[in-house]
Design a protein around this ligand. Structure first.
Ligand code: ADP
Ligand code: MG
Length: 368
């Protein structure tokens, strides 16, 4: 997959501007706070009209504008395609692919994929379960429109159930629909578990190999998907069995949920356990091991995308190359030969000497 060009209007600190990309290496340079990360965010936005920085749809619109847009020409599936996303503070976003209006953002899944590597990725290892769920969810959503849709439906039900558990003391009639929401959450949850378990198994395999290569063959990275305690190995269960066990787990937490006013049972608590040489990485890994593990997980995401679509996703490296030691830098730069890459850094001449490609200079939200 390749992005040929992008046009930004009222997106973050870009008032109006466009640039074109090299099919190989692109180095995005500029001083701090000029718009390098914003440009990568805009490219990532084309994968599913979602930001990697914020959940709020309007945050990405320029602070002084009512509307914004990201428009781009890409090559995917062997042909040139056009993605136009229009954002507004007062209306739903509108998405067009090759001039045809899409029903929702999930229609973009599988069309244009990116893998982002940024300094915050260390949180993938050190941070809470939410970070790892988000990683898996975004990766699966890019490939599977259905998953994004199911996840959105689950989250809507979760929100509503949380509201019931919070407010039922003042409005006991709300309890009438509690079981219905729980059941629906379990139904969507069963599908989500199947997608996540399958994806994690593939990611674990790919990450293991990448990690072994980077760390010099003496370290073993494992990723294990963890869901509710009544389900040990979801890959060995049918959907009906998974649903039964989710309901069983829900039932056993029913009282605690009512007492605490919180939603305690469900796939919104899932996690991925990451270990290096058998020890939980969050607790025991060194700074260097954490960096390598996070990098391996991201490059695993890239491999899965390639297996699935036959094309490498666009690799976005936000301010990370300079922080990697020479071995890891070399490994990442070698990956580049397989696809397009956008690298942001303060000065990129040195990288381009090694790889060739284009330099894109940015100042105050403008391409210079
Ligand atoms: N919605 C927005 N509207 C206007 N400016 C924004 C918006 N969001 C972020 N910015 C500005 O973008 C700049 C940061 O851009 P960023 O791409 O993170 O910089 P860097 O080049 O360091 O990666 C900051 O000056 C910030 O104020
Ligand atoms: Mg930045």
């Amino acid at each position: 997959m390749i992005i040929n060009n992008i046009e930004l209007n009222g997106f973050r600190n870009y008032i109006a501007g466009s640039c074109s990309f090299d099919p190989g290496v692109n180095v995005i340079t500029g001083s701090n706070a000029q718009g390098k990360t914003n440009l990568l965010e805009a490219v990532y936005y084309l994968t599913g009209a979602r930001s990697f920085k914020t959940r709020s749809a309007t945050d990405v619109i320029n602070a002084g504008s009512e509307t914004g847009s990201v428009r781009a020409g890409i090559i995917s599936g062997g042909r040139e395609q056009f993605i136009d996303i229009y954002l507004s503070r007062s209306e739903r976003k509108k998405i067009f692919v090759n001039g045809v209006k899409m029903k929702n953002a999930w229609s973009l899944s599988g069309r244009f994929c990116c893998v982002l590597f940024c300094p915050d990725d260390l949180e993938l290892i050190k941070g809470g379960a939410a970070e790892r769920r988000r990683f898996a969810d975004l990766a699966i959503s890019q490939l599977r429109p259905k998953y994004a849709e199911i996840l959105a439906a689950f989250n809507k039900h979760l929100e509503d159930k949380a509201k019931i558990l919070r407010d039922f003391r003042d409005r006991p009639d709300m309890l009438d629909v509690l079981d219905e929401f729980s059941l629906n959450m379990a139904k969507y949850g069963a599908d989500i578990i199947r997608y996540r378990a399958a994806w994690c198994a593939r990611a674990a395999e790919a990450a293991f190999t990448v990690h072994r290569d980077i760390s010099g063959k003496n370290e073993q990275l494992r990723m294990q998907y963890r869901t509710v305690s009544t389900i040990a190995d979801p890959l060995k269960l049918s959907r009906a069995e998974i649903l039964d066990r989710l309901l069983e787990h829900q039932e056993s937490h029913r009282r605690a949920e009512l007492e605490s006013g919180q939603c305690l049972s469900g796939v919104h608590k899932d996690d991925i356990l990451i270990t290096v040489n058998g020890l939980p990485a969050a607790k025991f890994a060194s700074q260097g091991q954490i960096r390598t593990a996070a990098l391996a997980m991201k490059l695993a995401e890239r491999e899965i995308c390639f297996d699935e679509l036959g094309e490498y996703p666009v690799l976005l490296l936000d301010d990370v190359l300079s922080e990697l030691d020479p071995v890891r830098q070399e490994y990442v730069l070698n990956c580049i030969s397989g696809g397009q890459v956008l690298i942001s850094c303060c000065s990129g001449e040195e990288i381009l000497e090694r790889t060739g490609g284009r330099i894109i200079r940015i100042r105050e939200g403008k391409f210079v």
